[in-house]
Structure formats: C-alpha cells, structure tokens
Design a protein around this ligand. Structure first.
Ligand code: SF4
Length: 484
C-alpha cells in the first residue's frame, strides 16, 4: 500500500471531492501541461467535455466552476474561497479566460464546457470510470494541439487515461511496512510490535524522506514548537489538518441561512448548537447530539463551497472531524494526552482508509455512498479505538462493524447537490462510528467477519449497483422528492 495519509486527507473546497476537487486538479494539470510543453502561447481555445456522473450531477456539485478555476491556474488547496465568486463572474461576463493565469482565450461555457449527459464514458466502447473528462486544446487554425482524458476517481484523486491503463504497475514508493490488506496490516504490526498508528507514521516518514514522490502536505502547524525530525514534521502537518477541520467546524456552527444551489436547504448546525447550549448537560445523550452538530456543521460548510478537508471525500468530510471533536470534548485526558490521541486517531483512520482506497473505491460514482460516508464511518470507528488506546485487533473489528452496517448505501443526492441526504448522513455516520467503536472495545477482537471480507463485499456490492444509484441523481431520493 503506497497511498499517503496526506493524499486521503487533503485541504480543498466544497462541495465535492470527485466533482469539484478532482476536476479542478485535472483542469489545472492540463493547463500546466500546456505550459510545460510550450503550447500555451499557441493555444487559441480549450474544450472540456464531461461524462457520466460528472455530466449528470456536475452543475449541482460545482464541476463547472471547478473546471474554470483549474484552467485559470487555481489549486483546490490554495484557492481562497472568498475570491471564487468574483473570478467566476469575470470569466462569465467577459467570455475570456486567462489560461494558467496568463494566456487569455475566449471561453464560454455554452461552447467550451460540454456536459455529455447521454454518455457514461469518454470512449463509449470502453467501460471505464464514470467520472471521465476530456480536455482538448486547439490552435488558431482549429488544429488539435493537445488532448488528455482524466478520471476523477474519488476523494479528489485523478488519473489520466495513460495512468489508468498502467494502474497495475507496481508502485515505486518504498515504505518500511507495506501492507496490502487488513490481515497484512495486523500481521506486520504484530511482527514488529507496533500499533497501527506507529506503523503508518513510519511509512509516512519514509515517504517524506523520499524526494521522488510528489505528495503535497499542509504546512506544519505554526504552533508546533518542535520540528527537529521528519516524524515531527508529519505530526505537525497532521495537526494542521486537524486545525483546518476544527476551523471548518467552527465556521459551520457560526453560520446561518440558506445553502446555495436553489434547493432552499436551511443550515441547521447553528440552531442545534444553540439549543444544546441552552439545555446544558442534563440530557445524557447530549454528546450524541453534539457529534451530529459537528458533522453537519462541516457538511454545511462543504455544501456552501467552503474550505474543507477530504476525509476521505468532501461529501463525507463531516464524520472524521465530528469524532475528533467528540474525543476532545467528551473523553477525559490532559492536553498532551489529547494531542497524542488525535495523532493516533488520524494515523489509524488513514490506515483504514488506505485499505478501501487500494482494494475497493472511495468514489460515490463508482460504489455509491457506502464508499464515501460508509468508508468515513469505518475510518472514524477504527481511529477512535486507537485514540482510546484500544488494540490493533479492536481497531480492525470496529472498522469492520462500521462498514458492515453501511453496505448497500446508495448515492442519490437531490438536485445533484451535496445537501440531501449528504449533510444528515454525515451525522448518522459519525454516531454509527461511536457505536461501532464501543461494540468492538467491549470485545477482544475475535469476530466472524474480517475487515477484508467487508471491504471486498462493499466493492462488489458497489459494482453490482445500478448506475442510477451512483451519484447520477436519476433514482432514489433524487427521483422521488420534488425539488422546491
Ligand atoms: S449521497 Fe453520499 S456519496 Fe452521494 S453525494 Fe451525498 S455524501 Fe456523496
């Protein structure tokens, strides 16, 4: 396994990792490729075609805006969400787009951004990923200068057609404790007497020390006093991710009003938090309500296009921060113990997420919401066990329980927006993660189903699911609920 924690947890903008972050990265990569190939000055026009789920729910998921921003040269982790509206408005009003921030080309969405709603794949003869995009650059004489097909494969990850074809090639990334399955992970950890968190930390240190890989990590948190070693850097970068999640949660709790998109969905986290503050701690189930508030706050921010951290996707971005906040607020410990607990939480959740990423999918368009909120729930359950100093076997058990009870969960967002059922679903996923953690921690780790079996089942179930239940808004709630 060679995916990094920092590829699963990435800072970006809402509302969707596969439909916003991925397309933005693809457009950015294409515009940079033009520049590095010396073709930017000769480019007179660019056409972008979207297929499958991207074409069917792209407008609601902000794919159109993401493509414009990426072609402009903006990256999801550095773009300032407050500037997005003005940038989009300028392109739309002038009909001109500065490609990669420099070469102005005429660009109107009607002519240059085409939603191929009647086609699932860029090549109709090849069944590939349902989030396909084709970029084509032409010169003044309308001759083709360059072209590239990308797939947004979930969680903000993109692959080009060539990379996808070569997917089975062994990775060149070297880590001290490679693992291909949960069984492998447990066996390797046992052999070296490591916790899962320690094992992943060692792998992350190796990836950081290897200059040949191109993993983007957030700036180490400025309040971290000690940055003497690679391990310190990894820990400080994780704390930066955590702070970004906390800031997102705080913004979501503070904000009120109606979410964009035309569905007239009211933000609820603020009001629920106010109500809980009024009730106080008299209600023994108040911690559960707070978990719901934290998850919904993040996903309301995501739906509003705010800055979020994929965990492992944008649509499922609320579960991991909700459980992190639950741990900080409702589990006793000193500040130092809590910071260590949060680090164990992230590292362990990432190890679980990597298993899904490598052996199944974290894309709602490929396997339904079981691959998004289901995976987030599984990651959070395993991570919480680690934060609470549970055993590796209990981590595996909790992650298994959490996914077992998300199997078959479809993706049917109303109006193609990441709002209903997505926002509430994160609250439900977070609460389920606590339940899974508690069930596992009352056991020894022995159990009938393995995490590997459940991951395989999730993937097979997702592949068997009809496309209309996989981020197309053609069935389920999206079909049976009138948008008004
Ligand atoms: S239903 Fe789930 S998978 Fe689909 S958009 Fe919402 S959060 Fe993502």
């Amino acid at each position: 396994m060679n995916t990094s924690l920092f590829e699963l947890f990435k800072i970006g903008i809402g509302p969707s990792s596969s439909h916003t972050v991925g397309p933005m990265r693809a457009a950015l990569r294409f515009s940079r490729q033009l520049e590095s190939a010396g073709l930017l000055t000769r480019t007179a026009s660019v056409t972008v075609e979207l297929y499958g789920s991207l074409a069917l729910t792209g407008v609601g998921h902000g794919t159109d805006r993401a493509i414009l921003l990426g072609l402009l040269g903006e990256a999801p982790d550095t773009v300032d969400p407050a500037t997005v509206e003005a940038k989009i408005a300028t392109i739309r009003s002038t009909g001109s787009l500065p490609l990669n921030g420099t070469k102005a080309i005429p660009f109107t969405e009607a002519a240059n951004l085409l939603f191929r709603r009647n086609r699932m794949y860029p090549d109709p003869n090849v069944i590939s990923h349902p989030n396909g995009m084709r970029f084509t650059a032409l010169d003044e004489a309308d001759a083709r200068l360059a072209g590239e097909v990308f797939y947004s494969i979930g969680g903000g990850f993109i692959v080009s057609e060539a990379e996808r074809t070569a997917e089975s090639d062994p990775s060149t990334r070297i880590v001290p404790y490679p693992f291909r399955s949960a069984a492998d992970l447990l066996a390797t950890a046992k052999q070296h007497n490591l916790t899962i968190a320690d094992l992943l930390l060692a792998n992350e240190v190796a990836l950081l020390n290897d200059p040949t890989n191109s993993i983007t990590r957030p700036q180490p948190s400025p309040v971290s006093s000690k940055l003497d070693s690679a391990e310190d850097h990894i820990r400080a970068s994780i704390i930066t991710l955590w702070r970004t999640m906390q800031q997102c949660t705080e913004r979501g709790i503070a904000a009120e009003g109606i979410l964009p998109g035309g569905l007239n969905v009211r933000r609820r986290a603020h009001r629920l938090a106010e109500r809980l503050n009024t009730i106080g701690s008299k209600d023994p189930l108040a911690p559960i309500d707070w978990v719901t508030v934290y998850a919904m706050a993040v996903n309301e921010e995501n739906a509003a296009g705010g800055k979020v951290v994929t965990a492992p996707t944008n649509g499922a971005a609320g579960v991991i921060p909700a459980i992190g906040n639950y741990y900080l607020r409702f589990i006793e410990g000193t500040e130092a113990e809590k910071e260590e607990g949060i680090l164990r939480y992230f590292l362990t959740a990432a190890a679980v997420g990597i298993l899904y990423k490598e052996n199944a999918s974290i894309s709602g368009a490929e396997v339904g919401c079981q691959g998004e909120v289901g995976v987030a729930c599984s990651m959070a359950a395993g991570g919480l066990v680690a934060a609470l100093n549970g055993t590796n076997a209990q981590v595996e058990h909790a992650a298994e329980i959490a996914m077992e009870h998300n199997l078959g969960m479809t993706c049917d967002p109303i109006g193609g927006l990441v709002q209903i059922p997505c926002i509430e679903r994160n609250g439900m996923g977070a609460v389920k993660a606590i339940n899974a953690c508690r069930m596992a921690m009352h056991e020894t780790g022995d159990h009938k189903l393995s995490l590997d079996q459940v991951i395989a089942t999730m993937y097979q179930t997702g592949l068997d699911m009809q496309s209309r239940y996989k981020e197309t808004s053609l069935a389920g709630l999206a079909l049976n609920v009138i948008e008004c």
